[in-house]
Design a protein around this ligand. Structure first.
Ligand SMILES: *Cc1c(COP(=O)(O)O)cnc(C)c1O
Length: 473
């Protein structure tokens, strides 16, 4: 980069420093002029100052002088780097389709378009176009959610954690909520069921033991102070062996008999029967409603495949109480997400074309042979990228749904396994870093000294290849 200037004796850095261009000189050049048009004068001035500061350090370390043009070019590079969005799009080759750290569900085209329209114009968010009077935010989704779940009424909030918090606070503040000890889940981060219950103002009453809970445990615990029975789908783990879980249907019977509401937190909850798409069965929201839960909660960006949201569906009277809670206002969703949710939900009306249109389902149901063929095409390109110190071979692997859905049910997949010939862990870490540094970062997973790039979620193969060869941005 910095070329040595033959006129200046290398041994006198002080003399060289004085010959570096000034900020003004750099700004007067053609390259800086173009940068000012793109980024504005104040930003370019700052960047040129930074570039000069670096150049000064280099000179003191014995390097040659940077020219005016080089300094402008470096300043432009800094500005371009700062311009890149912090939320960088990337290739999720981790094999976890709904990766919470990578943003969970990728939205359907229809949802993207609906969200864009809602962003661009004013919309009848809380306005009834027929009567010209004030409308309700929930009106946009209520009928659709009820149609797809069989519930009487529905509302939607920021996410499922918010849905659970709101339901507990609305129906059982100052009262007891009864939960099986085997269902006191933690879902990463700070979402621990006992903590949420405390914050919701409810008193947790644990029943049963870690591995076994019986119907009579619930029945015996119900008293005057009981606000509700809570069933939590143990979405991110399974208790196996000598176990007894009280089913939602059994619980519904107990709840009805005792006159307390049953809340079922499904977590992922799906609107379609995944078995129809070759996947393991995950309880559907309709099933949970049919089993007799008074309230069912579930996420918008897990198996449902939409934007982040939390759904609360169930009995009209209870939803009415939930909607009266002032917390609802603090947890509501905006017009952009409502638009994306509506468009996503509408796709479920046509189950035949659902897997084609909804990325989450499309990715989850991609046949292994198709992925393996893609891996065979890409392995040589990845081998070239990795260099001679690595082997890159097609490998069978297993994908996960992610976000806690069906933790034990993995899906046969394929990818490229890249391993350092000398088994060096630092070489592997370096390769992972090079993949992350690509214009569109590539994220895989490391398993026993090998980098696995599971191709289940790779749809745009051309873009991937161009990106590898540095041709994409
Ligand atoms: C994921 C999950 C939640 C939290 O849902 P978010 O939409 O991530 O807030 C709550 N309960 C269960 C059972 C879950 O699986």
């Amino acid at each position: 980069m910095a070329q040595s200037n033959a006129d200046v004796p290398r041994r006198d850095p002080q003399a060289s420093l004085r010959r570096l261009p000034s900020v003004d000189q750099v700004l007067r050049g053609e390259a800086a002029h173009l940068a000012v048009q793109r980024f504005g004068r104040p930003a370019v001035t700052d960047a040129v100052r930074s570039a000069l500061a670096l150049a000064r350090e280099e000179v003191q370390a014995g390097a040659g002088l940077a020219t005016t043009q080089e300094l402008a070019w470096r300043a432009t590079q800094m500005l371009e780097a700062a311009e890149r969005p912090s939320l960088r799009p990337l290739f999720n080759l981790t094999g976890t389709v709904l990766h919470t750290n990578l943003g969970r569900a990728v939205l359907a085209q229809a949802a993207i378009e609906a969200a864009t329209l809602a962003m661009r114009d004013a919309v009848a968010l809380e306005f009834d176009l027929a009567s010209g009077k004030r409308g309700e935010r929930d009106d946009h989704l209520r009928a659709l959610v009820c149609e797809l779940t069989g519930a009487e009424d529905a509302t939607v909030v920021n996410n499922n954690a918010a849905a659970v918090l709101l339901v507990l606070n609305s129906l059982a503040a100052g009262k007891e909520a009864i939960v099986s000890r085997g269902e006191l889940i933690e879902i990463g981060g700070a979402f621990r069921m006992p903590d949420i219950m405390t914050r919701a103002g409810t008193k947790l009453v644990e029943v049963g033991t870690t591995n076994r809970t019986h119907p009579r445990d619930y029945a015996d615990a119900i008293g005057e102070d009981t606000g509700l029975l809570l069933k939590v789908h143990t979405s991110n783990y399974r208790i196996e062996g000598f176990t007894r879980e009280v089913t939602a249907a059994e619980l519904a019977g107990i709840a009805r008999q005792k006159g307390v509401p049953l809340v079922n937190d499904l977590g992922s909850g799906t609107l379609a029967d995944l078995a129809a798409f070759g996947l393991a069965h995950e309880p559907t929201v309709r099933e949970a409603v049919n089993e007799g839960a008074d309230i069912v909660t579930f996420s918008g960006d897990k198996l449902l495949g939409g934007p982040q949201a939390g759904f609360v569906v169930g009995r009209r009277e209870l939803i009415g109480r939930i909607n009266c809670n002032p917390m609802k206002r603090a947890l509501r969703v905006d017009k952009i997400r409502l638009a994306a949710l509506e468009a996503t939900l509408k796709l479920y009306r046509d189950p035949q074309r659902l897997a084609e249109r909804l990325p989450t389902l499309r990715l989850l149901s991609r046949p292994q042979e198709e992925i393996a063929a893609q891996a065979a095409r890409l392995a040589p390109k990845l081998a070239a990228f990795a260099g001679p110190a690595f082997d890159a071979v097609v490998a069978d692997c297993r994908s996960q749904i992610g976000s806690g859905a069906l933790p034990l049910a993995t899906i046969a997949s394929a990818g490229v396994a890249v391993s350092p010939r000398d088994g060096s862990g630092s070489a592997l870490a370096e390769l992972s870093a090079r993949l992350r540094a690509l214009p569109m970062p590539v994220i895989g997973r490391i398993e026993r000294g090998t980098l696995i790039l599971d191709l289940r979620c790779l749809e745009d193969e051309d873009r991937f290849s161009a990106n590898l060869s540095g041709a994409d941005a």
